[in-house]
Design a protein around this ligand. Structure first.
Ligand SMILES: [Zn+2]
Length: 376
């Protein structure tokens, strides 16, 4: 399906037009049901919620003639019904005791960010791949919401920092979430690992919870903004020349160690294979080594929150800054911008032209300016 048709479909969905067979697979907005989150959103007062009796808009249109759409998060072509619902995001632990993590090989888009103590955590987005085991799930930070809100994602987590809970309250109904501490039925604990590195969830459990909490009932759930511009095929990508790079290692800690991330480029597949702490990082749920079509190092200023007893960080996620993109065996410098907390991150080349990436999973390593990176 070409981009024009995709835009038409998205516009139709935005205006509530029912697209024939698409609607039967989940396009038609559903009324919120279930008990709702204690103290949480009220589906009946949510302006994005379809009103009872809404016929679906002022008109109808012909159903799409093809049965696939590009995923707005990774660009891969998938069944329409698979992308016409709200993305799920999960906060995943990256402490050594949490490895190997499950579910990451099913993700469309992954952000890796520092939290307090010099360790990293992932915000992992799922849209069309089903994953029965995702975790270990950890707690929320405010700057994770800067990533999930613009994409209309429901973020699953286990508790959060004081700042995260304040944001969840202040940013209703835009900040959608499923907290294990108040909605435990969407999670389980493994008896083979120690608390707190043993909490898991899955896409079907989260979808059920999302419906129950009224999130899937909003019209926005049928339209996910494009996280990136994607080319329809890998060979249709026209990237800045940059320089040839087949290996990168980013040291989240100045001393290297267990949070150093390496990607090696596989020219046969066009994918960047991931290693952490010097070891290949695989998903035990699938046995597959984690990989990306594109790796972006996004430089974002962070600082320790004044007076925070745990030394938690705050990130300047809005504004603009530098990035380095690793794609198709090359690297080049780029810019990122995000005018507001609810704005989708956008990436351009140094001349300001939007980047177009090949289809496939995108991993964004959020790092402080000056972070030590080795390439060859
Ligand atoms: Zn995808």
């Amino acid at each position: 399906m070409n981009r024009g048709v995709v835009v038409l479909v998205v516009l139709c969905l935005l205006t509530g037009v029912v697209l024939g067979g698409v609607a039967a697979g989940g396009c038609r907005p559903q009324l919120a049901g279930g008990p709702g989150e204690p103290g949480g959103d009220s589906p009946g007062t949510d302006p994005e919620t379809t009103e009872p009796g809404d016929p679906g808009g002022p008109g109808t249109t012909e159903p799409p003639t093809e049965d696939t759409l590009p995923c707005p998060l990774c660009g891969e072509k998938v069944a329409e019904a698979a992308v016409l619902h709200r993305p799920l995001a999960v906060v995943i632990d990256n402490l050594a005791a949490a490895r190997p993590q499950s579910g990451l090989s099913d993700a469309c888009l992954v952000y890796e960010l520092l939290v307090e103590g010099g360790i990293t955590r992932f915000v992992v987005f799922f849209l069309h791949n089903e994953s029965a085991a995702i975790g270990p799930v950890r707690s929320l930070r405010p700057y994770f919401l800067d990533l999930t809100m613009p994409l209309g994602a429901v973020v699953a987590h286990s508790g959060g920092s004081p700042g995260a809970f304040k944001d969840l309250e202040d940013l209703k109904p835009t900040a959608m979430h499923i907290d294990e501490m108040s909605y435990s039925s969407a999670f389980w604990r493994s008896n083979t690992r120690r608390v707190p590195h043993n909490l898991y969830t899955g896409t079907s459990l989260l979808r059920e919870a999302s419906r129950s909490l009224g999130y899937e009932g909003r019209r926005l759930s049928t339209t996910t903004p494009l996280a990136f511009n994607f080319a329809p095929e890998p060979d249709k990508v026209a990237l800045p020349a940059g320089q040839s790079v087949t290996h990168l290692t980013l040291h989240y800690s100045a001393s290297g160690g267990g949070y150093s991330v390496t990607y090696d480029y596989d020219s046969d597949t066009g994918e960047w294979m991931r290693y952490v702490g010097g070891a290949a990082q695989a998903d035990p749920a699938t046995g597959r080594q984690l990989r990306a079509a594109t790796v972006i190092v996004q430089y974002v200023t962070s600082r320790v929150i004044t007076g925070d007893p745990e030394g938690r960080l705050e990130f300047s996620m809005t504004g603009s800054g530098d990035a380095t993109v690793f794609c198709q065996g090359r690297s080049f410098r780029a810019k990122w911008s995000k005018p507001a907390r609810t704005s989708v991150l956008s990436y351009t080349d140094l001349a300001g032209n939007p980047l177009t990436l090949p289809p496939g999973p995108v991993w964004v390593l959020v790092a402080s300016p000056g972070t030590w990176i080795e390439t060859q």
